[in-house]
Ligand binder design. Structure first.
Ligand SMILES: NC(=O)c1ccc[n+]([C@@H]2O[C@H](COP(=O)([O-])OP(=O)(O)OC[C@H]3O[C@@H](n4cnc5c(N)ncnc54)[C@H](OP(=O)(O)O)[C@@H]3O)[C@@H](O)[C@H]2O)c1
Length: 342
């Protein structure tokens, strides 16, 4: 059994769900994959927990409960820096769960750069640094002989990259279409019932699936980030965020949805990569799809992705939890797969 040290940046919804899940699945990972996950440190913006050798297991187990009052915990170090958390021992995996900032990429960019440079693998849920600086981060990973995985940033529990990069190996992908943001799909589904946009958004906020500042989702940025990362990884494109033609769902009305229904269609916010001849385009667009389209029936908070290939036909994957636990599960999957060489 191989010991794998984990250092977590970000102790919010996803970070905490990850701590809990890694503890729950520790025995399974040891028995099935021969890896013994050990949470070495976990940081937020004020400091971090640093497990001492003697209290490793206990530290991992009681961290979720300790987070609300970290200063009461014996392993809490105010102002702990990532460099101290990574330490000098055998490198493991940085689990990056800080907020997504698509203007600066920080703090994830600095954390991933430091960890990769010190020979740590990275599993990321945050998108900012990946969207802004993937080529540099990827080159750093390669030059240090480590992996940079980001399922958590590309629709979380829905296996988008795994299918595209592993299952479609050697196929040419000419088109990718995805419903990649559960919140916007949920709002559109509710609006089909006649509820106006503002009320459907408020309802989504009230039940905790939309952020208090929902603009990343409803203005299409979240979908833009995901289709960009997926297209660049699977179709070998080199798009940047500025290349994405983007619209959100603010201007969609219940009348638009009703009319589409009358025509036998459904309105979806799609992230799309299209290759036609030598032209390659990437966009986020409010689109009417008819019954024959693989994404027609994907409603509520569900997500899905369709790959159009030359040799394998059209392949759709649908479902997958979108909540913090589903995202934590995607991070854990990436960690396990790093050590399985997948
Ligand atoms: N929520 C989901 O279901 C979901 C799904 C897929 C992907 N994601 C991505 O996962 C990431 C985390 O989401 P979340 O919902 O867990 O966010 P969150 O609840 O806002 O948590 C963010 C965490 O990052 C910490 N943080 C902020 N700045 C930091 C810094 N400079 N150094 C160290 N820690 C810092 C925060 O600490 P403080 O509390 O001290 O500020 C907090 O613990 C985001 O990038 C998001 O886009 C989330």
């Amino acid at each position: 059994v191989r010991r794998v040290d984990l250092v977590l940046t970000g102790l919010g919804n996803v970070g905490r769900a990850f701590v809990k899940l890694a503890w729950e699945k520790r025995g399974l990972c040891r028995d099935r994959y021969g890896i013994d996950l050990r949470l070495k440190a976990a940081l937020n913006s004020k400091g971090g927990f640093l497990a001492s050798r003697a209290s490793d297991a206990a530290g991992l187990a009681d961290l979720p409960a300790a987070v609300p009052a970290p200063t009461q915990h014996s392993a809490w170090h105010p102002g702990l820096r990532l460099g101290e958390a990574l330490g000098e021992g055998e490198p493991g995996v940085l689990v990056e769960c800080t907020p997504t900032d698509i203007r600066t990429g920080e703090p994830g960019r600095a954390f991933m750069t430091e960890a990769l440079g010190k020979g740590w693998h990275v599993a990321a849920a945050s998108k900012g640094a990946l969207v802004l600086d993937f080529p540099a981060l990827s080159a750093l990973a390669i030059s240090n002989g480590v992996r940079l995985k980001y399922s958590g940033a590309t629709a979380a529990a829905l296996p988008t990259l795994d299918v595209g990069e592993v299952s479609l190996a050697a196929a040419s992908v000419s088109r990718i279409e995805g419903i990649l943001t559960g919140v916007t799909n949920h709002i559109l589904s509710r609006m089909e019932g006649g509820i106006p946009f503002a009320a459907a958004l408020k309802e989504a906020q009230d039940i905790g699936i939309a952020e208090p500042d929902p603009s990343l989702d409803i203005d299409g940025w979240d979908t833009a980030c995901k289709i960009l990362l997926i297209s660049n990884a699977v179709a070998g494109t080199g798009f940047r965020l500025a290349d994405v033609r983007r619209e959100g769902i603010r201007n969609v009305t219940p009348g638009d949805l009703k009319q589409a229904r009358a025509e036998g269609k459904a309105v979806k916010l799609l992230g799309r990569f299209i290759q036609e001849g030598g032209e390659r385009q990437i966009e986020v667009a409010v689109s009417s799809v008819d019954r024959s389209h693989p994404l027609y029936g994907i409603s509520g908070t569900n997500k899905a992705i369709t790959y159009f290939t030359d040799t394998m036909g059209t392949i759709t994957v649908a479902g997958g939890k979108s909540d913090p636990r589903g995202t934590a599960a995607a991070l854990l999957k990436d960690i396990v797969n790093i050590f399985r060489g997948v």
